[in-house]
Design a protein around this ligand. Structure first.
Ligand SMILES: [Fe+2]
Length: 195
């Protein structure tokens, strides 16, 4: 590109521009020619997940834990609580009589039921009682709550687009008993990891 004199002038121009918070379009140093991700292919084995959940259940109550579950942390994402760049995933175990209070959030969710019977999700007042292999979809901002009316433990996989929505600065959550939106440590973490 150009002669030596123009290269020096361009470099000097770029230096001045960067001080004023511009980046020079002609530089290749910050451009990418291909999609880049640190996400790695990974298998979380069900029996291993279940064993960890059962062991945790003996050590901490659901009241103290909030949710008795495991967050699936992709090994390529440096300890961030994300399953992929755009998805948060966790597996949870519920015992008979346990429930999660109604709430809603700007993230969409889907829930795959893995094992057990009698667990339900209410989505906007519609009760979905689920069994192994069933799937519920929870649209963004739809009120929902969960409970377990059966016998024995049930397990399920949640997946939510938290990193995507939080990265756009649009994560909001609302509990049924609250008049103000909740903040989320996930949202804070997503912003930080994209900074
Ligand atoms: Fe939820």
């Amino acid at each position: 590109m150009g002669n030596d004199a123009s290269k020096e002038q361009l470099a000097a121009l770029a230096t001045r521009m960067r001080k004023a918070n511009y980046l020079e379009w002609w530089s290749a140093t910050y451009r990418s020619e291909k999609p880049e991700t640190n996400v790695q292919a990974y298998l979380w084995a069900y029996q291993e997940m279940k064993d960890y959940m059962v062991e945790a259940g003996k050590l901490i109550s659901i009241e103290d834990a909030g949710r008795r579950g495991l967050i699936l942390a992709n090994p390529g994402l440096g300890g961030d609580p994300w399953m992929t760049d755009t998805l948060f995933g966790d597996v949870q175990i519920l015992s008979p009589g346990e429930e999660a209070p109604a709430h809603r959030h700007t993230t969409s969710a889907c829930r795959f039921f893995l094992e057990g019977e009698g667990c339900y999700t209410n989505v906007e007042g519609e009760k979905c009682t689920m069994g192994p292999g069933d799937l519920t979809i929870n649209p963004a901002w739809a009120w929902h709550d969960h409970g377990h009316e059966g016998k024995g433990n049930v397990t399920y996989l949640n997946m939510l687009d938290v990193p995507l929505v939080a990265g756009l600065g649009w994560w909001r959550g609302w509990a049924a008993c609250s008049t103000t939106p909740t903040t989320s440590r996930w949202a804070t973490r997503a912003r930080r990891s994209r900074a």
